[in-house]
Design a protein around this ligand. Structure first.
Ligand SMILES: Cc1ncc(COP(=O)(O)O)c(C=O)c1O
Length: 432
């Protein structure tokens, strides 16, 4: 029997006994239902959701068109396995993404299940295409929890500590020359980025051995820092000159979140490969790698894929998501949301010395919560603010411990957005 009447606390006790602590939880609540930009816990409490399933709900929770598409597909078949008996929605979704990504093409797309799996496959594809083995990520970068995903991830706790040995032939660029928000002028930034690349080739690995650099145009877990345009331009120029493929990991930043369908579009970036997941299928497990066909066709038959990759129900959800993003002009809406959020964040920064560094791209915005005496990030203070906000009905989460980040569904209306931002402000005042 399901325990519909159980309280959060009762379920929490069962969770603690039955599920390890590793799969972390943002809030000690259990969901009963979710719709649009709201969710309700098992005790009936309503929350405004600024997490959106960690960036999976750009079109909102349970968008009627997505739910309908899922139901329709479920009635036909749940799974045949793409490798056994193919289905049209997979091909059509590949066609749509091939046209939508900011890569001229002609492109091809393969589907997987998670962001980490797509990152891994992008690297496999880059290696077969270039015949090179080295892979470069960034300090602060996050690419998931699989062996290669965490090997590429540039943060120790909690992602890599204790999990070694890691995948070989992984190197890292420093984050500051590329992402530092207090960047000087474009010339200095470009020079810094070029110097960092030169150092990489001189002291870590020969350029001719590098298959790819993987970059999030806006750091997700690394703290929502958008890459500096001048640094990105230098990176693109150098990688092209050295025959190194550039992988844009847009797992968190894509599908309207940043004010365009892809964050790369803000920069005029043409990556060699695009990695997508999260909001692609509104929370149904689906990820994708898209690139020009010679790159995508470099692994042999059977070299990439997987039992569940490109599940038909997930593909159906993704078709509905792409329709909704377009029909409801959600990328434009993200920009309007981001403008309001940034105005509120600037106010908070001006009035509270614990709140610093408002930043973002579109609706992918963040502030740091710091100890005002040291200026260092304070995870404790950030956690306290979020606990009070939760009491008041706002679900929000951190990145990098002390960064408050916004991943609200883009269907949030102005009243809900204002209410959420007011709750955050009240929580900051209440925890002073
Ligand atoms: C930029 C980025 N890449 C990769 C991943 C890993 O995705 P998943 O958790 O679906 O494996 C994430 C997850 O947050 C992410 O933000």
């Amino acid at each position: 029997m399901s325990s519909v009447k159980a309280t959060n606390e009762q379920l929490m006790r069962r969770r603690e006994a039955a599920v390890p602590r590793g799969p972390f939880n943002v809030a000690p609540i259990f969901t009963a239902r979710a719709a649009g930009a709201k969710l309700w816990d098992v005790e009936g409490k309503e929350y405004l959701d600024f997490c959106g399933g960690i960036g999976c709900a750009n079109v909102g929770h349970n968008h009627p068109k997505v739910v309908r598409a899922v139901k329709e597909q479920a009635k036909q078949f749940l799974h045949t396995c793409w490798h056994v008996s193919m289905y049209e929605p997979y091909v059509r979704l590949a066609e749509r993404l091939n046209d939508l990504v900011p890569i001229p093409g002609p492109n091809m797309t393969a589907f997987f299940n998670s962001g980490a799996e797509a990152c891994e496959n992008a690297v496999k594809i880059a290696r077969t295409f270039t015949g090179r083995s080295a892979v470069v990520g960034f300090e602060r970068g996050f690419h998931g929890r699989t062996l290669l995903g965490m090997s590429l991830t540039g943060k120790v706790h909690p992602y890599t500590a204790g999990f070694g040995p890691f995948a070989p032939e992984v190197y890292r660029l420093p984050w500051k020359p590329f992402f530092h928000p207090a960047a000087p002028g474009d010339r200095e930034v470009e020079a810094g980025a070029r110097a960092a690349l030169e150092d990489l080739f001189t002291y870590q690995v020969e350029a001719e051995e590098i298959a790819c650099v993987i970059l999030e145009p806006v750091f997700g877990e690394g703290g929502f820092y958008p890459v500096h345009p001048a640094a990105l331009a230098a990176l693109r120029q150098v990688t092209e000159a050295k025959g190194i493929l550039l992988i844009a990991d847009e797992v968190q930043s894509a599908f309207g979140r940043c004010g365009r369908l892809f964050a790369s579009e803000h920069y005029g970036l043409v990556p060699d490969l695009m990695v997508m997941a999260k909001s692609l299928a509104a929370g149904m497990p689906l990820s994708a790698v898209t690139a020009p066909s010679p790159i995508m066709n470099s692994p042999g038959v059977g070299g990439i894929g997987g039992t569940f990759g490109g599940n038909p129900v997930s593909c159906a959800a993704a078709h509905a998501v792409l329709d909704v993003l377009h029909e409801e002009k959600l990328p434009e809406r993200a920009q309007a949301i981001g403008d309001k959020v940034m105005a509120a964040f600037r106010d908070l920064t001006a009035t509270h010395d614990r709140v610093r560094n408002p930043r973002g791209l579109g609706a992918m915005c963040a502030i740091d919560i710091v100890d005002p005496h040291t200026g260092l990030g304070s995870k404790d203070k950030a956690d306290r603010i979020l606990a009070v906000a939760r009491e008041k009905g706002l679900l929000m989460m951190t990145a990098s411990g002390c960064v408050l980040r916004t991943l609200m569904p883009l269907v949030i209306n102005d009243k809900e957005l204002e209410r959420g931002l007011n709750i955050l402000s009240e929580a900051i005042v209440a925890t002073a």
